[in-house]
Design a protein around this ligand. Sequence first.
Ligand code: SF4
Length: 200
Amino acid sequence: MIQLSALQHFMFCERQCALIHIEQLWSENLFTAEGRIMHDKVDTANKESRRNVRIEYGVPMRSLRLGLIGKADVVEFHKIDDGKWVPFPVEYKRGKPKMDDCDKVQLCAQAICLEEMLNIEIREGALFYGQTRRREDVVFDKTLRMETEDTAKKVHELIESGITPRAEYSKKCKLCSLLNICLPKANSKASSYLAKAMEE
Ligand code: SF4
């Protein structure tokens, strides 16, 4: 079983995913600290119940099919017309909506876990962004589900290989909390030097 968060790490950077989930390294920066504080606040909230919505915080979940385990920040249960309660996962993020699908994939993975555990279908969830203070609905369509399953498969392959990919410096490295552990600039130079020395 791999952590649900590994999917997001993988989509951000495969080397970051390997450093955290193979080499068990971790370091915090301002962004991860803000995110952690936000998650901690959500996790310690109490249950809530309104007429047609019940809210559970810090909900543990897993999918045996995809080999995923983790916890959802919030799962709302919405009462629908026939009296059934349908889960609606909500994930809290510190920043703003991203260009790629990494947050959506993590949320969709939570929905797949809940579907497997409760033997139901979940069509939608939401992402709440701390910076914009806005909640965005996410539809779990076929494309997003395929992207989520494909990412889970690739993360398993990476972790089972036990091989951490080489560092390649890019713009996103400035946002990465593992920058000082990864040393992407130094590592790229060292790798090139070693490759050249091997050739010679
Ligand atoms: S510093 Fe850059 S290359 Fe290294 S793990 Fe972070 S994002 Fe990946």
